[in-house]
Design a protein around this ligand. Structure first.
Ligand code: ADP
Ligand code: MG
Ligand code: ZN
Length: 271
């Protein structure tokens, strides 16, 4: 069967081109004929040139690029449609994480991306005070993995619980089901700000346990401001904490709130 590129090539050049050589293309595996041909029309009409016939590498490359673009678009859609993320964190990347005393945390986050392997799932557990960059690094990881071809989702845990609760109130389980399914299927889920919903027992914490439990054996990232002691507060929290620690590498980030530091820096410069 003639490929379209060959047909066009036949139309625009002299059929009786002289065969110079034939070889097997390493790219597409086709037998390629190198010809000396004469242009039949166009601005270069009458000129002789060397041309190839039979090679479909360019076509394969176009198809490959299209497939890649479709995949990238799909992964972006999964992230955008299912993530629950604050506007201020959407722009966070490794590149715009300013080097500070948390350089080691940044390195560990990058290493997690490099070593990411679905067959050997590992978790990260960011713990520390408010505003030190735990969420920033988690978003950066989710994005970097997305670029590597993995489906990732970033979930603000308090927002998730509010959302689930709202769907109950409205008596429609649709919204919840969609996001719970997406969480179950993703290659990586970030559960951000665990414990920030301020409830350590009752319905919401049980629900949270269910969601996290469903991700057992898959790579996850957890972030929290709570200390280990606070996780001991209730049985439900202990269960969640024990899941979070399973197969997890802890990254402790205690320090000054980044925004406060920026503010103070600005104030100093303006004196
Ligand atoms: N090292 C840093 N470089 C640039 N921005 C940072 C850095 N650390 C924190 N931020 C920014 O400060 C804000 C608070 O950080 P965040 O990651 O939300 O803190 P945490 O999750 O630890 O409470 C975010 O907008 C984040 O992008
Ligand atoms: Mg945070
Ligand atoms: Zn080829």
């Amino acid at each position: 069967m003639n490929h379209i590129s060959q047909v066009i090539s036949n139309m625009t050049t002299d059929f009786n081109g002289k065969v110079i050589k034939k070889y097997l293309c390493e790219g597409c595996g086709n037998e390629v004929t190198v010809l000396r041909m004469k242009m039949l029309f166009g601005p270069k009409k009458g000129e002789w040139f060397e041309g190839k016939r039979g090679c479909e590498c360019e076509v394969y490359e176009i198809v490959r690029k299209e497939q890649e673009q479709a995949k990238t678009a799909r992964l972006k859609r999964i992230f955008d449609e299912n993530s629950l993320i604050n506007e201020s964190l959407k722009q966070a990347t490794f590149e715009n994480f300013e080097p500070n005393e948390f350089g080691q945390a940044l390195q560990k986050a990058k290493q997690f991306v490099e070593e990411f392997d679905l067959r050997n799932p590992k978790n990260l557990f960011f713990q520390g005070s408010f505003g030190t960059g735990k969420s920033h690094l988690s978003v950066s990881i989710a994005k970097a993995l997305q670029e590597k071809g993995f489906a990732t989702i970033f979930i603000s845990t308090p927002k998730l619980l509010t959302k689930i609760r709202n769907t109950y109130n409205k008596n429609s389980e649709l919204g919840e089901e969609k996001i719970i399914n997406a969480i179950a299927e993703a290659d990586l889920v970030v559960f951000d700000d665990i414990g920030a919903e301020g409830e350590y027992s009752g319905w919401s914490v049980q629900k949270l346990f269910e969601v996290i439990d469903q991700r057992a054996g898959k790579p996850n990232i957890y972030t929290t401001n709570l200390t280990s002691a606070e996780f001991e507060a209730t049985k439900d929290m202990q269960r969640i904490f024990s899941r979070m620690m399973m197969n997890s590498e802890p990254i402790i980030m205690n320090g000054t709130d980044y925004r406060k530091r920026q503010f103070l820096k600005g104030a100093k410069e303006n004196v």
